[in-house]
Design a protein around this ligand. Sequence first.
Ligand SMILES: C[S@@+](CC[C@H](N)C(=O)[O-])C[C@H]1O[C@@H](n2cnc3c(N)ncnc32)[C@H](O)[C@@H]1O
Length: 241
Amino acid sequence: MNIDVVTLFPGAFVGPLGEGILARARRAGRVGFRLHDLRRWGVGPHREVDDAPFGGGGGMVLKPEPFFEAVEWIRERYPASRDRVILLSPQGTRLGHDVARRLSGHDRLILLCGRYEGVDERVREGLADEEISVGDVVLTGGELPAMAVIDAVSRFVPGVLGRGEAAQEDSFAGGLLDFPHYTRPTRYRGLEVPAVLRGGDHGAIERWRAEKALEATTTKRPDLLKTGGAGEESASRARRG
Ligand SMILES: C[S@@+](CC[C@H](N)C(=O)[O-])C[C@H]1O[C@@H](n2cnc3c(N)ncnc32)[C@H](O)[C@@H]1O
């Protein structure tokens, strides 16, 4: 899979993409990341990318032409059979487990990052396949949301996670939250690792984990257990032990 990002601030991605699992995935050729400076497609001799809003009001709006031309250039230069253009926007579909998994099925994503008051509406109407939000809050730009999409989607690309990092055991995968994790030392500041995890009885450990995952979900995210959801099924399995 390849992910192309169109942004006014390509430098914002260098740190996060250069560390840890994403850097390893890139080196191994599992996921390719390409950063494109929106200003390259800026209009006129000053390569303008923004302008004042029609109708008045404060702030600047990112112009449509640079985004359309950037996507055309990317598609011509790096053809892909199943690509998807995503506009990062607080008004979009909320990023979640299922959205990330769905997007990982494409062989290329083109992420468009807004700034200022946002992006000319025609980018949403005529260029983007969908809008994605990272939550009901407004951030200063689309770069951090794009990083969240890149990170979440990459985890579903085969071979990105190593053995023991399986995405299918994490929170949301089976509809429930993850069970609690502990490591050494056994006792720390009066807090102890549950005895069952140290006993070596794998059946008992599995049962304890299922129970704790259900407990965490019931307490912190009861909405995941709603009728008909994946969580409901996992919950009844956990209750049956
Ligand atoms: C300051 S915001 C513009 C907000 C816009 N005026 C509104 O109220 O809907 C600038 C850019 O940051 C990005 N952005 C901000 N919050 C976001 C969120 N929750 N999810 C995804 N992108 C976001 C978008 O790309 C947006 O175009």
